[in-house]
Design a protein around this ligand. Structure first.
Ligand SMILES: Nc1ncnc2c1ncn2[C@@H]1O[C@H](COP(=O)(O)OP(=O)(O)OP(=O)(O)O)[C@@H](O)[C@H]1O
Ligand SMILES: [Mg+2]
Length: 632
């Protein structure tokens, strides 16, 4: 690995700084937040649309109820007027039944009334007539709608329209009998409009005398025998005016929703005259929170009622609140989103963890690698030092080996020389013994024989001594001869190797020990150089002596064979050699015994000086084979 000089990992070699954990989590959290907010926005948007739709439907229902009741007002009043037109007496039971039926059916209608046209001059008579009909306290009166809201006698006027019939008419029902329509300005205005157009006209909204807010519809009624009250050839002033009181609180089915800031308003809007007044207002008690006002829309719907007589407008407004929403889908989105976030965070966490582990492993590896590099450097250094030492030792050993080889060569030369000298010495010694001691002993024997011959009596002391001297000399001669043969086998000099081997076998006297000797020596092996002959002879001598001394064998086989040189062109180069084998069938050599004596050791040195080999082939109770091979 590439390293900077201070040992830290170099840039670009994998030693990057670990990515901080927030870098893994931040994108996930941002994406999650965006996705969650988008999903929530989608769900909430759907909820808002649902709520808007619901509000629109509610507004439509409210408007339908208002529209229907406004039409009902016209129709009921028209029906009432029609009944009166054909039934001149106003207090007819059938008129009352009709009125009752309508009131029972339509709760928003406060009451139905009939007001005849009464001239100021006929007022007292009129009051008297009505009182005569059973209404004892009847009088033409006025109500201070804009003042102290008290009843008082109607002021004098040219024409009065006092209420002479009302339904409901019972003890509980508030009485408006005697109310002069033309005495109240707002009623007088509507009445004038109705009379001038001969059509239904509505007053502006006002606080009713019996309480509550409402307005009144007036319908002039002409006598049935006339085509119309006005517009015809003869203009006739209507004799009666039918009126219908509308109670605002029951006019529209407009219930406050659970939503915040709901309002339902019915307005009187006369666009021709630019008159705009409040008829009814309903508001929810719950106020919208600031956050709701900030985040959620306010839905406002405004519709004008289709009616010629009643210029009404329904305005609904609703500020959406959180309570209007079904939060289960949003909660489900949130739960699913949180679950997803948990899964993703778990995955990211495991990724961060594995990255951290990898980073730690990498750092440990880098550290290990640095340690290893250090150790390798130390080892390399150590190795090169050892190498240098080894080289020195090698050189020293080579020098020593060379010196040793020189020494060995010298030692071998010396050994060969010693053996040559030894053999020469033995030969000289044998010659000396033969020439000197042998001749002397022969002379002694001759002299002893002569003394015996010259002795008077051979049995005399002189004769016996001479005989004894002759016998000792003869024995000494035999010993000297044996010694001579031992020092220098005569056969080697005289008859050659085959005869020398034979004589060696004879001299070993193995037969006397019960050991049969099987000698096989080829006749053609003659004329060898002396060193080889002597070595082979000494080898046989040592081999037979060891058989006699150590083997306990019954047989011994002596074999001499020659191996010719192999043609260098056909196989391995091998010089011609002679091999002597002395094999017995005795107990075999005990382990470690080879190093105990000197015989085999000396023989090995002898063989070595000739460049030959000595092998021992033995096993317990399977005899021993001494194999000596010398190159020719
Ligand atoms: N043919 C054999 N059978 C069994 N043991 C043998 C034989 N030849 C040699 N040995 C064992 O090998 C040993 C070494 O023999 P070696 O000729 O070197 O010594 P040595 O005969 O004991 O003494 P010397 O020095 O007189 O020869 C012997 O002591 C003997 O135990
Ligand atoms: Mg020996």
């Amino acid at each position: 690995m590439a390293e900077s000089p201070d040992g830290t990992p170099a840039k670009g070699s994998g030693g990057t700084r670990p990515v901080p954990a927030y870098r893994h989590y931040l994108p996930v959290l941002v994406s999650w937040s965006v996705a969650t907010l988008a999903s929530l926005a989608l769900v909430l948007n759907l909820e808002v649309q649902n709520a808007q739709e619901r509000i629109r439907q509610q507004a439509a229902l409210a408007f339908a109820s208002l529209q229907e009741r406004v039409q009902v007002n016209d129709v009921v009043l028209e029906g009432f007027a029609a009944a009166l037109r054909s039934l001149p007496p106003i207090d007819d039971d059938r008129v009352r039944d009709y009125a009752r039926a309508m009131l029972a059916r339509y709760p928003h209608i406060g009451h139905l009334a009939i007001s005849p046209r009464v001239l100021g001059t006929g007022r007292t008579r009129f009051e008297t007539q009505i009182r005569a009909m059973g209404y004892a306290d009847y009088e033409v009166r006025a109500f201070a709608y804009d003042g102290d809201r008290q009843w008082r006698p109607a002021p004098e006027a040219e024409v009065h329209y006092p209420v002479a019939f009302q339904e409901p008419m019972n003890a509980d029902a508030p009485s408006v009998l005697g109310l002069d329509l033309s005495a109240a300005p707002h009623m007088a205005a509507a009445l004038a409009q109705a009379l001038s157009r001969n059509a239904t006209a509505a007053t502006v909204p006002f606080d009713l005398s019996e309480g509550g807010r409402g307005y009144v519809l007036f319908r002039p009624i002409c006598p049935s025998y006339q085509e119309s009250c006005s517009g015809g050839a003869t203009e006739v002033t209507p004799r009666l005016v039918a009126s219908l009181v509308v109670r605002a609180d029951a006019l529209v089915d407009c219930e406050a929703d659970v939503s915040a800031d709901f309002s339902c308003t019915v307005l009187y809007e006369d666009t021709e005259r630019g008159d705009r007044r409040l008829l009814l207002e309903r508001r929810s008690s719950h106020r919208a929170a600031r956050l709701e006002r900030l985040l959620l829309p306010k839905i406002e719907i405004r519709r004008r009622v289709e009616s010629a007589s009643q210029p009404l407008v329904l305005a609904t407004a609703e500020q959406l609140g959180f309570r209007a929403f079904n939060l289960i889908p949003a909660a489900a989105v949130l739960v699913v989103s949180l679950g997803g976030l948990a899964l993703v965070l778990a995955a990211v966490r495991s990724r961060v963890r594995s990255e951290r582990d990898r980073e730690h492993a990498y750092q440990a590896l880098a550290e290990e690698r640095r340690g290893m590099d250090r150790r390798v450097q130390e080892r390399t250094h150590e190795l090169s030092r050892l190498n240098a030492e080894l080289q020195q030792e090698n050189e020293a050993r080579q020098g020593a080996e060379e010196r040793l080889a020189v020494k060995e060569r010298q030692a071998r030369r010396l050994a060969r020389r010693i053996l040559e000298v030894q053999e020469a010495e033995r030969r000289a010694l044998a010659r000396e013994l033969h020439d000197d001691v042998g001749q002397s002993l022969t002379a002694i024997r001759i002299h002893a024989w002569l003394i015996r011959q010259q002795a008077v009596d051979p049995a005399s002391a002189v004769g016996r001594s001479a005989e004894a001297i002759g016998e000792v000399a003869a024995a000494l001669y035999d010993s000297t001869h044996r010694l001579m043969r031992r020092l220098r086998p005569p056969a080697l000099d005289d008859a050659g190797l085959t005869a020398a081997f034979q004589s060696c076998v004879t001299a070993a006297e193995l037969e006397s020990l019960g050991i049969r000797v099987h000698l096989r020596v080829p006749k053609e092996i003659e004329g060898l150089n002396e060193a080889i002959s002597i070595t082979l002879y000494r080898a046989l001598q040592e081999g037979l002596t060891n058989v006699a001394r150590h083997s306990g064998a019954h047989n011994v086989w002596v074999r001499l064979s020659r191996t010719d040189a192999v043609d260098p062109g056909q196989g391995e180069t091998e010089v011609a050699s002679l091999t002597l084998e002395v094999q017995d069938d005795g107990r075999g050599m005990a382990e470690g015994a080879a190093s105990t004596g000197f015989g085999l050791m000396g023989l090995r040195e002898r063989v070595d000086t000739l460049g030959g080999t000595l092998e021992l082939d033995t096993a317990p109770d399977r005899g021993l084979t001494l194999r000596v091979r010398v190159p020719l």
